[in-house]
Design a protein. Structure first.
Length: 261
């Protein structure tokens, strides 16, 4: 039990059995990418075998030509880097509105063993550039502080509101006062942003606040309204369901899941 709890064996993980003269000598279970568990059936002892993993510093400089995802991967960066960037810049860059010629320069560390990568360790520094304007970010951990990411001017990257209420997907309809309705064909204002994402995708509140209502609202479908302060209230429409237990009067925190696409 001190080495490995057999109740944590997972369906789909690989194992190997080593025999000599039809007698089982060793059983090796692949715990994860880094660790194997060796059961010595002759001595009934168990060992955890870990690969030697090192942290390698990498740098990528990408100017968007087709999409951030495609261009980053083409440049050799892991998709994990893209998702982490969208998390770090969630308060300052709208990843749904990235444009051609927007640029990301990223310095990060990756865990590797030989030729194999074991994922992103951390993004240490990044610069987002658009039309000559740079937004720099540096990672700095300080004891007792929850925030890890800062601008290159020493200001927190965290702001009052997130730029988007769900993870990086795509926009199907933007904010406009002259939108052709997809059903009626009439020109009508569309004073909202529609995000296209698979059903069940978690939807987050973009800021701290109190739930004003959590109910079905006709054309808006299942809707949640959150009051953030005396000036701002946000609404989240067309939800498939609400977060479990969520009700009017509840206080919610920025980034908390409140419902699902």
């Amino acid at each position: 039990k001190k080495v490995f709890d057999v109740t944590t064996i997972r369906v789909g993980n690989q194992y190997k059995a080593y025999y000599e003269n039809d007698v089982l000598k060793y059983f090796v279970y692949k715990k994860d990418k880094i660790s194997d568990i060796l059961f010595d059936c002759t001595t009934l002892k168990t060992y955890e075998l870990k690969k030697e993993v090192t942290k390698v510093e990498k740098y990528v400089d990408v100017t968007i030509k087709s999409s951030l995802w495609a261009d980053m991967v083409k440049a050799g960066a892991s998709p994990e880097v893209i998702m982490k960037l969208s998390e770090i810049y969630a308060w300052t860059v709208d990843f749904f509105g990235l444009q051609k010629n927007d640029r990301f320069r990223v310095l990060y560390t990756e865990k590797v063993s030989g030729e194999e990568s074991f994922g992103l360790e951390a993004i240490k520094y990044a610069i987002f550039s658009r039309r000559g304007k740079d937004i720099g970010m540096v990672m700095f951990k300080s004891k007792g502080q929850a925030n890890v990411w800062w601008t290159d001017k020493g200001e927190s990257m965290r702001k009052a509101f997130l730029k988007a209420p769900l993870k990086f997907t795509r926009i199907s309809s933007g904010f406009t006062y002259a939108r052709k309705h997809p059903v009626t064909g009439k020109i009508r204002p569309h004073t909202a942003v529609d995000y296209a994402a698979p059903m069940g995708t978690p939807v987050m509140t973009i800021g701290d606040g109190v739930v004003l209502s959590c109910k079905y609202e006709g054309a808006g479908g299942n809707t949640i309204r959150i009051k953030h302060n005396s000036t701002y209230t946000t609404a989240y429409l067309h939800l498939s369901k609400y977060a479990k237990g969520l009700k009017a009067g509840d206080r919610v925190r920025q980034g908390e899941v409140i419902g699902y696409v």
